[in-house]
Design a protein around this ligand. Structure first.
Ligand code: AMP
Length: 146
């Protein structure tokens, strides 16, 4: 589509920071990154959003996610894949795309934090029952900022 931003990026009419391309998909860095790694993966064939996505395109996007996650060095540490759809999904560009985000511990929308280290009963006792200086000393020794 001539008036579609991502179609024009795929066609090279608008510059992008390309990270990957094959016959079905094109991937480039988001212009407004929300994480150290923020790549947009788009099908070359125009479709508005996931509602129009066929199985072959879904497979091509999924394959590209794996390739790019490894290429960007986030396959082992983990990452997030999202696709916003429609008004309530806050989609701002009407060409199907998935966001691949990683390179840091991402917050969940529900606020649950999964990667806080657990502490055992004895350590909890030092923090809650020890003196303030014991407690601070323990925290300085053991707690890493994520
Ligand atoms: P969404 O809001 O889910 O539709 O995502 C659209 C994304 O496209 C946003 O994260 C934008 O920052 C990004 N974006 C918009 N224009 C460009 C561009 N010219 N190059 C790269 N990313 C863009």
């Amino acid at each position: 589509m001539s008036d579609c931003l991502f179609c024009r990026i795929i066609a090279g009419e608008i510059p992008s920071n390309k990270v990957y391309e094959n016959d079905r998909v094109f991937a480039f860095r988001d212009i407004n990154p929300q994480a150290p790694v923020h790549v947009l993966i788009v099908p070359k064939k125009h479709m508005d959003n996931v509602l129009q996505c066929d199985g072959e395109t879904a497979a091509a996007l999924t394959d590209a996610v794996g390739v790019i996650a490894r290429q960007e060095g986030v396959a082992a540490s983990g990452f997030r894949v999202i696709s916003n759809c429609g008004r309530d999904g806050a989609q701002s560009v009407n060409h199907l795309h998935v966001h691949l985000l990683g390179g840091k511990a991402l917050q969940r929308a529900d606020g649950i934090i999964h990667n806080v280290p657990r502490i055992n009963r004895d350590d909890a006792h030092i923090i809650t029952q020890g003196t303030a200086s014991e407690s601070w000393a323990f925290c300085r020794r053991n707690i890493k900022v994520l």
